[in-house]
Ligand binder design. Structure first.
Ligand code: NAP
Length: 330
């Protein structure tokens, strides 16, 4: 079926878990997509050209977040920009203040500046619930909304570099937008799970994959019974595109669907994919906060059932033969 051409948009960090689904959705809606990647020829980006309509409507640009001119060349000619790229390490890195925080913040400001120069209509910044909930002021059971920000000094003190990177990048993007007349809308997803389109395993999928797989000693281990706040990657992509398409969208949007204790999540996984090595022992530690996506739902956002997310995640890990290979390689 011929689709009405919706204009050109740019998605940064195109090959990643979330960005791949954002691109998939944008292509299905008829947008021409400029995707930014560090190495277009890298095998880890090959999945993008298997997406429907990618051959005709996706163009990859070789860029580096820290190289302004390369970002501008990808953004020129676009009505909208989805800034998704950001370091999301799954292990500790040697110099997180530079590799994670500085890269995220400088990269975001480069993207925002390029948006102004290229006269982009709206920048959608993919932030994180990590920019909302990391604050010692929040009390147990407190419901957090979009007025709540993580405390940068606290993130620094407890060395939670990823949260610091997202909080600082989001707040700088918002401030830059206000000063320079750029319309910036932020989406703050919680833990994003669901089927993977890419071949390498990103940090959030690894959390679920490790639970599915179990380890030889996992059943003996006592794990923190943390509350996971899950959102499906396809629903997160819908939220991100909605934040661009809905003219009335403004400010930030928390994007989360299912709060669930790790022990309850494991109970569900036992049914979906039975094996004897799931962890059995949990202890409660944290003061749980509550996150609300009411503002996003008022914009028209809906989300799918958690079981669907878990089943589809499992299927995608099986298709990619990850359940047999990955954990042993860690
Ligand atoms: N997954 C979640 O649970 C979750 C939750 C909330 C928010 N988010 C946000 O969603 C976005 C995407 O995350 P994801 O889960 O899709 O992770 P991902 O698969 O690791 O994607 C991250 C992307 O950022 C790019 N990137 C990282 N460092 C870069 C740098 N220095 N220069 C250029 N590109 C760089 C990566 O490119 P390379 O492949 O070249 O490294 C990759 O394309 C991030 O902004 C993250 O903070 C994710």
């Amino acid at each position: 079926m011929a689709l009405h051409h919706k204009g050109s948009v740019c998605v940064t960090g195109a090959g990643g878990f979330v960005a791949s689904w954002v691109i998939n959705l944008l292509l299905s809606k008829g947008y021409l997509v400029h995707g930014t990647v560090r190495q277009p020829e890298d095998e880890k980006n090959a999945h993008l050209f298997k997406l429907e309509r990618a051959e005709e409507k996706l163009r990859l640009f070789r860029t580096d977040l820290l190289d302004y001119d390369s970002m501008l060349s990808a953004i020129e000619g676009c009505d909208g920009v989805f800034h998704v790229a950001s370091p999301v390490p799954s292990t500790t890195v040697p110099n997180p203040e530079v590799e994670v925080v500085e890269t995220a913040v400088k990269g975001t400001l480069n993207v925002a500046k390029a948006c102004v120069e290229a006269k982009v209509k709206r920048l959608v910044f993919v932030s994180s619930a990590a920019a909302v909930g990391m604050n010692p002021k929040w009390s147990a059971g407190q419901a957090l909304d979009e007025t709540c920000w993580s405390d940068k000094d606290y993130c620094r003190t407890i060395k939670h570099w990823y949260s610091l990177s997202k909080t600082e990048a989001e707040s700088e993007a918002m401030e830059f937008g206000e000063k320079n007349g750029l319309d910036v809308v932020a989406v703050c997803p919680s833990l994003v799970l669901g089927p993977i389109l890419q071949t390498n395993v990103n940090a959030s999928s690894l959390i679920l994959l490790k639970l599915f797989k179990g380890g030889n000693d996992e059943s003996e281990t006592t794990l923190e019974n943390t509350e996971r706040r899950i959102v499906d990657v396809r629903d997160a992509a819908e939220a991100v595109v909605m934040a661009f398409e809905k003219t009335e969208a403004q400010g930030r949007y928390i994007c989360t669907s299912h709060p669930i204790k790790t022990s309850h999540l494991v109970d569900k996984l036992r049914i979906i994919y039975p094996h004897p090595n799931y962890p059995n022992n949990f202890f409660d530690v944290e003061k749980d906060i509550r996150l609300s996506s009411e503002k996003l739902q008022r914009l028209g956002w809906r989300f799918r059932a958690l079981d669907e997310t878990l089943m589809d995640s499992l299927k995608s890990y099986q298709d990619a033969e990850l359940l047999d290979n990955v954990i042993h390689a860690l």
